[in-house]
Design a protein around this ligand. Structure first.
Ligand SMILES: *[C@@H]1O[C@H](CO)[C@@H](O)[C@H](O)[C@H]1NC(C)=O
Length: 126
């Protein structure tokens, strides 16, 4: 009796937390950019590296030499008046001093030529 009551309370707390974290994601409106790196130009399969870059945070990726990469807005969006970009870096940590290229990212997957070893990525709205 007491045991099942406690379980119900736990479930309620869990649901409340889930709703709050869902709201937090919507409120920030940050895009998630799907990225894939290719050993050949023209983004010819197979990709050798893939990652999701969440808006505003830096991710480190496998440092394979690339000839092209694809990027698109996989989910989320930027607030009005800004648009999604993907910053690519040649060293870990997304330091501006190692910025390789900033590309505009659309909801359609686009192929970008590159002759570089990318090591970190950061998506943002500018
Ligand atoms: C970024 O790189 C510059 C130049 O190498 C360096 O001075 C700076 O401390 C770095 N910033 C971070 C946050 O690592």
């Amino acid at each position: 009796m007491t045991k099942s009551k406690n379980k119900r309370q736990t479930d309620t707390i869990y649901q409340t937390v889930s709703v709050l974290s869902a709201l937090a994601v919507i409120a920030t409106g940050n895009p998630t950019v799907g990225y894939a790196g290719y050993f050949y130009s023209n983004c010819i399969a197979p990709s050798i590296d893939a990652a999701n870059a969440y808006g505003g945070s830096c991710i480190n990726i496998e440092n394979f030499p690339l000839k092209s990469f694809t990027a698109y807005v996989e989910s989320g969006s930027c607030t009005d008046g800004t648009s999604a970009v993907l910053n690519t870096y040649t060293a870990s940590g997304c330091n501006y001093s190692t910025l390789y290229e900033t590309v505009s990212v659309e909801s359609e997957k686009q192929c970008f030529e590159a002759d570089v070893t990318l090591v970190s990525l950061k998506a943002e709205c500018i």
